[in-house]
Unconditional design. Structure first.
Length: 176
């Protein structure tokens, strides 16, 4: 079901700063999603290994990609904006990847995402306090605003070279 949801959201997206979906590949019983290879890897590692890189340019590209997602009809909410989901192409451009927690706002029942074992999905380091402490499905709905909150944390990480809450583990974050 998660694969179907991810493919359904991702397959029609066409933007320079959004990772392109090529298709599905089945090998024996396993199904894989295929996309272009992003040679330079994850954004934080790229910035750490290339101190001469202008972070503002990369962050502007991510913002442009998020604007594209948020202005689609129906609106696309990424739901899991973080440094490992921003990849760097061979020519040094940032692209948004991993649409596993994404949803289209018209499909509101998917806006509250949990993993298969009932644990709220996503990483607390990039989630809004409302997503962490919400008592109702409405409180925990991922929105364009929660994407932008996560983008703020991504900007902090890329700009500083440190992970959000880099001295804390997830239990401390939840209790804060």
């Amino acid at each position: 079901q998660r694969l179907d949801r991810e493919v359904n959201v991702w397959k029609d997206l066409r933007h320079r700063y959004v990772l392109r979906f090529i298709g599905l590949c089945k090998i024996e019983v396993d199904v894989y999603m295929v996309s272009p290879w992003m040679e330079k890897g994850e954004s934080l590692k790229y910035v750490r290994n290339n101190p001469q890189i202008r972070c503002a340019r990369l962050l502007a590209q991510v913002a442009d990609g998020l604007e594209y997602l948020h202005t689609q009809t129906p609106q696309v909410v990424h739901g899991d904006v973080k440094v490992v989901n921003v990849l760097i192409s061979g020519d040094g451009h940032a692209v948004i990847a991993d649409f596993g927690l994404s949803h289209m706002v018209a499909n509101v029942e998917l806006a509250y995402q949990q993993s298969s074992d009932g644990i709220q999905a996503g990483n607390p380091r990039w989630q809004t306090p409302e997503l962490l402490t919400g008592l109702t499905i409405e409180d925990c709905r991922r929105t364009a605003q929660s994407d932008m909150f996560a983008f703020g944390r991504l900007m902090l990480e890329v700009g500083s070279g440190n992970r959000c809450w880099f001295i804390a583990n997830e239990r401390i974050i939840y209790s804060s």
